[in-house]
Design a protein around this ligand. Structure first.
Ligand SMILES: Nc1nc2c(ncn2[C@@H]2O[C@H](COP(=O)(O)OP(=O)(O)OP(=O)(O)O)[C@@H](O)[C@H]2O)c(=O)[nH]1
Ligand SMILES: [Mg+2]
Length: 426
């Protein structure tokens, strides 16, 4: 199972704005009619349960969204670049090259915008004003963002084991999977969650074994509700009762555990459930019968079984029940999460600043201006076009760039750098 992959994503380039003038018979001097270029397509990661590992990124590392269309005459706008959606398994963490977390995709249908398409340039019709009747320039489209991402798949639990301390949760995890958790005859043996993989039908399910719950766990008693978060997104809960405690104790144990789950998050009580009485090997025939009657009397679980982690009694039956309940629980979870993801807004990275939020730094023999919007404005302007440069001068004067440069100590003739562009301060 490949649990890490690096990919390079590149959003589409914005289309150039058009520089065009109306040409019609009998209209000697038509006005400007150059349309806008369209934005390039974004690159978006989408979480799906149809994928279980990152194997499909082994041979494909580069992903590129479509460019935006160029603007044309007659005020025609280009066509938007299509968004590129890349599917990743639920449980994928997304990091940038510095190891900074960009997002954590934990639900079906959840989306993460990882590279924004470049803005389209405006056509010359946009620059018409009372003093500029015939603008002979248009903006250029901008490059889309491009970056390397590290995808890392972490296991998310499908099945959560819950019960009082010492019920045998870790023993069941060890008996059902290849995990080797610490097991001992005292409460709170487990102090960190353990994960194991159960093979169910054709697929797999991850089982999480968390520390035992005691009364007040949801308020922080025992090992507290810190661990309840680990089972919050499971599709199924498996309640484990200690067979050795005797029938009289089981109802109370269930009530305590369900009380704590409900206090932490009410919806956990409605989660599909399997109840087991463990340590069947300790029971005599009469007690086994009692356990059977107790389990049969529970109406809410999807299945209830008497097992022994030690002797292996009932484990086959338990695996089969888990597989069956898992399949329907997962389908319900996927549908509910997909509805949630549609309702929730797309996860976006922080919005870009305003045109007048920039910094000016005096570095060696030149001045560097930094600011998302102002850098974009410069990138869109064609430095070889006199009219475009005159327009740019006007806009940056209004945004306060010239004042800021003077304040920073710039004098006429000094070099100013904005993004990839360089000009002389005047
Ligand atoms: N006889 C018998 N003993 C068992 C069985 N399952 C677990 N035990 C014993 O019960 C004790 C507790 O088992 P664990 O698996 O550590 O219990 P736990 O629920 O994980 O306990 P915490 O991590 O403390 O919450 C250990 O001494 C196990 O050997 C079983 O099926 N039969
Ligand atoms: Mg344990």
């Amino acid at each position: 199972m490949l649990d890490r992959a690096s990919i390079c994503v590149r959003a589409g380039r914005g289309g150039n704005g058009s520089m065009s003038f109306r040409r019609e018979k009998y209209v000697p001097k038509g006005g400007p009619d150059g349309g806008d270029g369209a934005p390039g397509g974004d690159v978006v990661l989408v979480a799906t349960r149809q994928l279980h590992d990152l194997g499909h990124f082994r041979h494909k590392h580069h992903f590129r969204a479509a460019d935006g269309g160029q603007g044309r005459g007659a005020n025609k706008r280009g066509a938007d670049g299509a968004v590129l959606e890349i599917k990743v398994p639920v449980g994928t963490e997304v990091l940038d090259v510095d190891g900074c977390m960009l997002g954590d995709l934990v639900r079906e249908g959840q989306r993460l915008l990882v590279a924004r398409g470049g803005e389209g340039g405006r056509g010359n019709v946009c620059f018409k004003s009372s003093t500029r009747q015939a603008p002979k320039f248009a903006e250029r489209g901008l490059d889309g963002e491009e970056l390397w991402l590290t995808l890392s798949l972490k296991l998310l639990a499908d099945i959560g084991l819950v019960g009082l301390p010492n019920a045998g949760k870790s023993s069941l995890l060890a008996a059902l999977t290849r995990a080797h958790p610490k097991i001992a005859a005292y409460p709170f043996t487990t102090i960190e969650p353990n994960l194991g993989v159960l093979y169910v039908g054709e697929g797999t399910a991850v089982i999480a074994d968390i520390p035992g719950l005691i009364e007040g766990a949801s308020d922080g008693a025992g090992l507290g509700h810190r661990f309840l978060a680990h089972i919050e997104r499971t599709a199924l809960l498996m309640y484990v009762l200690d067979g050795g405690d005797g029938a009289a104790a089981w109802s109370g144990a269930l009530a305590t555990v369900r009380g704590e789950l409900g206090a932490f998050r009410g919806e956990l009580l409605g989660r599909p459930a399997v109840v087991v009485v463990n340590k069947a090997d300790l029971l005599d025939d009469a007690e086994r019968e009692e356990a059977g009657a107790f389990l049969a009397g529970l109406a809410w679980p999807a299945a209830s079984i008497l097992v022994s982690a030690q002797s292996g009694d009932g484990l086959k039956e338990l695996s089969a029940a888990l597989a069956e309940v898992m399949a329907s629980a997962r389908a319900a979870q996927t549908a509910a999460e997909a509805a949630d993801a549609v309702a929730a807004a797309t996860v976006l990275r922080p919005a870009d600043g305003r045109l007048d939020s920039f910094t000016v730094d005096h570095e060696a023999d030149h001045f560097v201006v930094r600011g998302v919007q102002i850098e974009r404005l410069f990138a869109k302007a064609d430095p070889g076009n006199e009219d475009a440069v005159a327009y740019l001068q006007q806009v940056i004067e209004r945004a306060g760039l010239n004042d800021a440069l003077r304040k920073a100590g710039a004098t006429p003739g000094d070099t100013v750098v904005v993004g990839a562009q360089e000009f002389e301060f005047s």
